[in-house]
Design a binder for this molecule. Structure first.
Ligand SMILES: NC(=O)c1ccc[n+]([C@@H]2O[C@H](COP(=O)([O-])OP(=O)(O)OC[C@H]3O[C@@H](n4cnc5c(N)ncnc54)[C@H](OP(=O)(O)O)[C@@H]3O)[C@@H](O)[C@H]2O)c1
Length: 332
């Protein structure tokens, strides 16, 4: 049994990783997930799957003592995707990664592979939709979130461990309450956004990302490289709304109102003020608008396909499953 320590397992991608493991017999029989979770975290979902939890404090390396010694692989999923203040991204995505690396070097002598869930926000957008951005292109993050993930990547790359950095694009799936808004907008039939319905976006489902992480655990061919994990074909807003509406049994027609991109600037200021007053972070925040106001979030997955020796990475029913999950949970 390979013992995998996972940070952020209580999160959206973590939950999908757990359900994917439960679905795949080989992964169930050969891998043991152990959650490295903060003291204040709600672990009820993990308990349902009988996952062992080890409580740690990312501000204190010593809190990992006695908890990493028997771990074979570490999957670092913990991260902050929305924050009231920019400093929050650096504190969690950079400082917590530094603390984890410190703890791994002190207590994780048996860890053979460290996998880090990064983001295409660290690479920044492509310069044209015809040329998806590759891992070798210079990184041009446009948000604090992206800059903090890039700094975390740099820390990971400087580690003497066998690391793999996996950049994820837009991720959707069950347990996701951020992308849920996009599914609701699609259902409403009146879509008001900054982007054009023809803007392409690379994307992947949390179900496929979860299963990919399980497969990556023992794959030495992925060592000491950075990869983007996304589907072969990007999706335009128009395709996404139509797909969701069809899944819901609605007519594919919708009304699209494109908000001019200059509106992003006052919108950022107003949202920033509102969130600071309420002290509540939302996925629609000034940092996210900095990304939404930019185009061509399209990425190449060729490097990963070459490393895995596979011809394609395709969406195969994950959108439909996500719509079903939202409907079953009366969210859509
Ligand atoms: N969702 C996306 O669209 C997307 C896209 C690209 C990349 N990613 C990356 O994938 C990873 C997982 O994303 P996700 O969507 O599953 O995120 P999520 O649902 O927000 O969960 C992230 C987890 O990180 C941990 N965490 C949160 N705040 C923390 C803090 N202050 N200090 C330490 N740990 C903290 C929590 O785990 P505990 O409570 O158990 O400690 C939380 O459950 C993240 O690193 C994210 O940057 C996500």
């Amino acid at each position: 049994m390979i013992r995998i320590g996972v940070s952020g397992l209580t999160g959206m991608i973590g939950k999908n990783l757990i359900t994917q493991q439960a679905r795949h017999r080989e992964a169930k029989e050969s891998l043991k997930l152990i959650a490295f979770t903060r003291r204040e975290s709600d672990t009820s979902f993990l308990q349902r799957y009988e996952i062992e939890c080890r409580r740690v404090d990312y501000g204190n390396e010593e809190s990992f003592s006695g908890k990493l010694e028997d771990i074979d692989v570490f999957l670092h999923l913990a991260g902050l995707t929305k924050s009231v203040k920019p400093s929050g991204y650096y504190r969690v995505n950079v400082d917590a990664t530094a603390a984890l690396l410190g703890a791994l070097s002190r207590y994780g002598k048996g860890v053979k592979h460290l996998i880090f869930a990064s983001s295409t926000s660290a690479s920044g957008p492509a310069s044209s939709p015809e040329r998806p951005k590759t891992e070798e292109d210079p990184c041009t993050p446009v948000s604090h979130y992206g800059k903090s993930k890039l700094k975390a990547e740099e820390l990971i790359r400087s580690s003497s461990l066998n690391w793999t950095i996996v950049r994820l694009p837009i991720v959707f799936g069950p347990h996701d309450y951020d992308m849920l808004n996009m599914f609701r907008i699609a259902k409403s039939g009146v879509i008001t956004l900054f982007s054009s319905p023809q803007d392409p976006y690379s994307y992947v489902s949390a179900q496929d990302a979860g299963f990919f992480f399980l497969q990556a655990v023992q794959n030495e061919r992925l060592y000491r490289e950075t990869y983007c994990y996304c589907y072969d074909a990007p999706l335009t807003g128009a395709q996404f709304y139509t797909m969701v509406r069809e899944q819901l049994g609605l007519s594919p027609d919708y009304r699209y109102i494109q908000v001019p991109r200059w509106v992003a600037h006052p919108a950022r200021a107003i949202l920033g003020l509102k969130q600071r007053m309420l002290q509540r972070a939302s996925i629609v925040n000034p940092d996210k608008i900095a990304e939404v106001a930019t185009v061509y979030w399209v990425f190449s997955n060729s490097k990963l396909k070459n490393a895995l020796g596979i011809a394609s990475i395709k969406e195969n029913g994950a959108v439909a499953e996500t719509v079903r999950w939202y409907c079953e949970h009366q969210l859509l």
